[in-house]
Design a protein around this ligand. Structure first.
Ligand code: NZQ
Ligand code: ZN
Length: 382
């Protein structure tokens, strides 16, 4: 264990907290509110934001799509530059918050913002950013990551920078009331896989990280199991907080991390528009089976501590089955069949994307090369 850790995002958690943003938001800030396709206009969040910003000079940019594209976001970059915006308020799910991070960084750069994703430009400053979360899933509201798509080439890439970490995030569980069932399930699955990516690796003996990861997994499992009680304040609050804690940097500090499921899943989203969380449920069981020897000890630990299974020689296998059953219990598919080509072409398409994007050494031991990804995809694609 060797790490440096800070999470500088101030969290305002609870009902009615949107109005609290006037505390961290400087009085003289020139604000650009960025949001998505309009859900915030239908659930009262937009009205609350308008009321809260009454004494500020502010502008708005809407239309950030799920899996946000640089093509759309560059239009917001132009507004930031033209109006000399000095604070961005992202109001939405992971896509809006990620997109706002790109806008914040690209606005302080004269070249093509896509250079940030390819690594040609290293972010060294950004417009300040705050977030009002409307969909608990990604953890983007209090981390430094963002995933952006270039629609032109079907490329989905991520970048990390402390300069785009939100200064504050509002987590008001009431905003979840209008979320479609499908998005609530996506939230559970995405947060679940975030914990797995940082926990299901090799045994390292970091007891706090493992223990907290298991608490989060047990929480998410019980939220999935009690999905019929989702119209309940406590259920919503627990999902919102666990999804946040799953990817705010804490459980991943000083331990090996995997992220191969995410990298392969991103390619399926870029190719076929599969929802982010759905892509993870498709890849993960097959990836775990492929990597079972490297992950056996942690799978056994998860089987006992999360699923309450008994010791047995096939405990790791049973744990993967339990994960798969958990997805099935929520009607989340664990195989992909929604492609138009042959299966061989579908597998090839993903492998080609991985190769083009340099995803040739994935996993905590960098042992998932293109051939291994191909074998994983053979099982994940129906
Ligand atoms: O656009 P609007 O109209 O707001 O509708 C959205 C969108 O259609 C809707 N929605 C959001 N809040 C709502 C609501 N509908 C009703 N009521 C509400 N309160 O939900 C739809 C999906 O939203 P989106 O933001 O795309 O979902 P999510 O939060 O799952 O974000 C997914 C994106 O985040 C990236 C993914 O790759 C994907 O692009 N990720 C970001 C990460 C990060 N920054 O750390 C990590 C993740 O692993 C992930 O890769
Ligand atoms: Zn994710």
């Amino acid at each position: 264990m060797q790490f440096s850790y800070a999470n500088p995002t101030q969290i305002f958690f609870g009902q009615g907290q949107i109005s609290s943003i006037t505390q961290p938001l400087p009085n003289d800030a020139k604000v650009l509110v960025i949001y998505g396709g309009g859900s915030i206009k239908r659930n009262g969040v937009y009205d609350q934001v308008t009321k809260t910003l009454a004494d500020y000079e502010w502008y708005e940019f809407s239309g950030v799509e799920p899996n946000p594209t640089k093509e759309t976001l560059d239009k917001a970059v132009a507004i930031v530059k033209e109006k000399s915006i000095d604070f961005i308020l992202a109001v939405g799910g992971g896509s809006v918050i990620d997109g706002s991070k790109y806008v914040a960084a690209a606005s302080h750069y004269d070249g093509d913002g896509w250079d940030i994703l390819t690594g040609q430009y290293q972010v060294s400053s950004a417009v300040s950013l705050g977030a009002i979360l409307t969909l608990p899933a990604t953890g983007s509201e209090s981390n430094m990551g963002a995933v952006i798509t270039k629609a032109e080439t079907h490329t989905k890439l991520a970048f990390l920078s402390p300069f785009v970490q939100p200064k504050f995030a509002v987590l008001d569980p009431d905003v979840m009331k209008t979320l479609p069932e499908k998005q609530l399930l996506n939230g559970i699955v995405d947060a679940w896989v975030h914990v797995c990516e940082q926990y299901l690796t090799s045994q390292h003996g970091a007891m706090v990280q493992d223990g907290y990861a298991e608490t989060l997994l047990k929480t998410l499992k019980s939220l999935g199991d009690s999905f019929d009680q989702r119209d309940n304040d406590q259920w919503r609050a627990n999902l919102m907080w666990s999804a946040n804690q799953a990817l705010n940097g804490l459980i991943g500090s000083g331990v090996p991390q995997d992220w191969a499921t995410h990298m392969i899943g991103h390619e399926m989203t870029a190719l076929w528009g599969v929802d982010h969380a759905r892509s993870l449920a498709i890849v993960q069981p097959s990836l775990l089976r492929h990597q079972i020897e490297a992950k056996r000890a942690k799978l056994e630990q998860m089987g006992i501590n999360v699923f309450g299974l008994q010791h047995s020689t096939d405990l790791a296998e049973k744990t993967i089955d339990a994960i798969e059953q958990f997805y099935a219990s929520m009607n989340v598919d664990t195989q992909f069949s929604d492609y138009e080509s042959t299966k061989a072409q579908a597998v090839d398409a993903v492998v080609t994307q991985l190769s083009e994007h340099g995803m040739t050494k994935l996993g905590e031991h960098q042992q998932i090369g293109l051939e291994e990804s191909r074998q994983i995809l053979e099982q994940a694609i129906a």
